[in-house]
Write a protein of this length. Structure first.
Length: 332
């Protein structure tokens, strides 16, 4: 039986505030859906709801960089959110704002908390660290079919991860860049504390995208991303694994059986643990623009990318992953 470790009553207000912010972030999808469906029960709102749904049906913003708002990204509560873990953003070199970049984020983790904090908000001052670079975090196109939630995502600067969306953003002009969580939802199955198993070997689409558009590739690695939640054992072929794969096939989302801590306890609930995440933005890899790259071209650039990723790992692992249970591994 699990013995619940209850949080003491004298926890500082700043920490309570941080916990509340993380809880509200986790609840953002059900909360926006609740508000929408609640509105649907009020007859007075019907004309507005119909107009909104028609707008969503024809809205092309998710494929054109979204509708980011500075006030949403700079909101003070994102600082509280980042301080909860805490999360740190580290750059290895400056980036030239006259170029475009395709950032590759690793590992996916359960929900890519480091990617959200560092690239969908200004909690860790991305714009000051990389002046002139406008980076859009990309997510599944299906997320932009969800009423209200889609607008919340776009306000933070998110856009669709479709090929057309990527090219539209990269062609907006110098400095316009994209952040792709390369391992995708499938990699979340491997997210466990101390483990860094990446789905990367067969992921050549983002490399082809960079070459076709002449954008530099930038590997980004978050130490601690996999440490903030535990997951139920789900070895390949098990009933849990098959169920999760079925959900992923139907919806595009994964359904991790995770557990962490609660609002008022430290070892039971769905909130993430307070464990540090350190995101390292590596050195850019220049590519020669080629609208029709061969497989050989893709593999050559992939090797450079993987080498730089391992450089980040070997440079920082002892400092930021001292409790790792194995070394960085490319599993697929």
């Amino acid at each position: 039986m699990i013995k619940i470790q209850v949080a003491p009553f004298n926890v500082p207000f700043s920490r309570r505030r941080q916990t509340a912010t993380v809880f509200l972030w986790l609840a953002s999808l059900p909360l926006t859906l609740f508000v929408f469906f609640l509105s649907c029960t009020i007859f007075f709102f019907y004309p507005w709801i119909i107009a909104y749904l028609l707008f969503v049906l024809f809205d092309i913003a998710p494929e054109n960089g979204g509708r980011r708002f500075a006030f949403a990204r700079n909101a003070s509560y994102w600082k509280w959110y980042s301080q909860y873990y805490p999360i740190k953003l580290v750059k290895e070199v400056d980036l030239d704002p006259s170029k475009n970049y395709v950032f590759g984020y690793h590992p996916h983790g359960v929900i890519s908390v480091g990617a959200w904090t560092n690239f969908a908000t200004e909690a860790n001052n991305f714009s000051k660290l990389f002046p002139g670079i406008t980076c859009r975090l990309l997510t599944l196109a299906t997320n932009f079919n969800i009423p209200l939630y889609r607008d919340y995502l776009m306000a933070q600067g998110l856009a669709s991860v479709s090929r057309q969306s990527c090219e539209n953003i990269l062609n907006k002009g110098p400095g316009n860049s994209i952040m792709i969580v390369v391992g995708g939802t499938g990699e979340s199955f491997f997210a466990r504390p101390g483990v860094y198993d990446l789905v990367l070997k067969k992921r050549l689409g983002f490399i082809k995208l960079a070459i076709r558009n002449g954008a530099c590739l930038v590997p980004v690695f978050s130490f601690g991303e996999n440490d903030i939640w535990e997951q139920a054992d789900n070895p390949a072929g098990s009933k849990i694994w098959k169920f999760q794969k079925s959900i992923q096939k139907i919806s595009g989302w994964t359904l991790p059986l995770l557990y962490g801590r609660g609002l008022f306890n430290y070892n039971f609930g769905v909130l993430p643990h307070r464990r540090q995440i350190t995101t390292i933005v590596g050195k850019p890899i220049d590519v020669n623009k080629n609208e029709n790259p061969t497989e050989k071209d893709l593999l050559e650039v992939q090797k450079k990318y993987i080498d730089e990723l391992y450089h980040i790992w070997n440079t920082y692992k002892d400092e930021y992953a001292p409790n790792r249970v194995k070394e960085l591994t490319l599993v697929e």
